[in-house]
Design a protein around this ligand. Structure first.
Ligand code: ATR
Length: 274
C-alpha cells in the first residue's frame, strides 16, 4: 500500500498520523501513514531508506533544514523559507521539497477563523525557522505592515531585509513596540518553556486585536492566556495550522483535498477528553 510518514525527534506526540488517517478515511484513499523517529545525527539515511518504497513525508523539528538540504528540487516558497516540511517522491524518483507551514497558517487564520489579513497591521513574534517559513504567505495577503519582533533584534533585522522585496516588513525589539496592532502571531518557542515574550499589553486593542499562537496544547498557551487577560478579541492556537498544512500535503500526494473542519472538530474533542 502507498506509504507516508512524519519524521521528527521526538515524534511520539505527533498528531500527523491521526490527521492523515482521518483524511484517508474521509476521502476513501488507501494508504498507510505512520510516525518515524529519525536519529538526530542521521536524518539523511533514515529518510532515503524510507523513500526506497515510501511516497511522501512530513518533516517536523528538528529536521526541516536537513530535509531542505536533502531534497533534489525545491518549490520557490521552500527555497525562500530555507526549510522543508514536506518531501514527496516524484515520478522520476527525485525528491521534491516544499514548505506548506505558511499556507497552513494563512488558511487557518483566513478560512477557519475568518480573520482578514489584507490591510491589517500584523506583529510577528520571533525570528527563527517558524517565522521564516510563514513570512512569504503572510506578505502575499497584503498587510499594511508586518513587524517582526525578536529578543535578538539582529535576527529580526536579517529576516526583514531578506523579505523586504515582498512587502512592507520591518524589524523591532519587543520593548520598542507600544501602539496597538490588528493581529499578533506568536512564533517564538517561548510557550514550550511555559514562558511568553515580554511585549506591552498596549499592543492589544481591547475587543479588536486577534492573537494567534503557533503552538497548541490541551490548555491555552501562556501567550493565549495573556492575550485574553488583556482583552484580545480572540486567542487562537496553532492546531488548525497543523491540520491545514497536513491538508496541503494530502492534496499534493493524493489529488483530493480533504475537508479539514470535521477532522479539526474530532481531534479537538479527543484532545479535550484525553
Ligand atoms: P523555530 O524553528 O521554532 O522558530 P528557533 O529557530 O530556535 O525555533 O527560534 C526560536 C525563536 O523563539 C527565536 O526567535 C527565539 O528568540 P532568539 O532569536 O532571541 O533566541 C524565540 N524565543 C525562544 N524562547 C524565548 C523566550 N523565552 N522569550 C522570547 N523569545 C524566545
Amino acid at each position: 500500500m502507498d506509504s507516508y510518514v512524519v519524521f521528527g525527534n521526538p515524534i511520539g506526540h505527533s498528531k500527523s498520523p491521526a490527521i492523515h488517517r482521518l483524511f484517508a478515511e474521509q476521502t476513501g484513499e488507501q494508504l498507510t501513514y505512520t510516525s518515524l523517529l529519525a536519529p538526530l545525527e542521521d536524518f539523511d539515511n533514515c529518510a532515503l531508506g524510507f523513500f526506497t518504497s515510501g511516497l511522501g513525508a512530513n518533516v517536523t523539528l528538528p529536521f526541516k533544514e536537513d530535509a531542505y538540504r536533502l531534497a533534489d528540487r525545491l518549490t520557490e516558497r521552500a527555497q525562500r523559507a530555507g526549510a522543508v516540511n514536506l518531501l514527496s517522491k516524484l515520478a522520476d524518483g527525485t525528491l521534491l521539497g516544499d514548505n506548506s507551514d505558511g499556507e497552513g497558517l494563512v488558511r487557518d487564520l483566513t478560512i477557519n477563523c475568518g480573520v482578514t489579513l489584507k490591510g491589517q497591521r500584523i506583529l510577528l513574534l520571533g525570528a527563527g525557522g517558524a517565522v521564516r517559513g510563514v513570512l512569504e504567505p503572510l506578505l502575499e495577503q497584503q498587510p499594511v505592515s508586518l513587524v517582526i519582533a525578536n529578543r535578538t533584534v539582529d535576527k529580526a533585522e536579517l529576516l526583514a531585509q531578506a523579505f523586504a522585496e515582498l512587502g512592507p516588513v520591518a524589524a523591532a525589539g519587543f520593548d520598542w513596540l507600544t501602539e496597538p496592532v490588528d493581529v499578533i502571531i506568536n512564533a517564538t518557542s517561548a510557550s514550550l518553556a511555559g514562558d511568553l515574550p515580554p511585549i506591552a499589553s498596549s499592543l492589544i486593542q481591547a475587543g479588536h486585536t486577534v492573537c494567534y499562537d503557533m503552538m497548541y496544547g490541551k490548555e491555552p498557551t501562556p501567550f493565549m492566556q495573556w492575550a485574553l487577560e488583556h482583552g484580545a478579541a480572540v486567542a487562537l492556537d496553532g492546531f488548525g495550522m497543523l491540520v491545514e498544512q497536513a491538508a496541503v500535503a494530502f492534496e499534493f500526494w493524493r489529488g483530493v483535498r480533504p475537508d479539514t473542519a470535521p477532522v479539526l472538530k474530532t481531534l479537538r474533542e479527543q484532545m479535550a477528553a484525553s
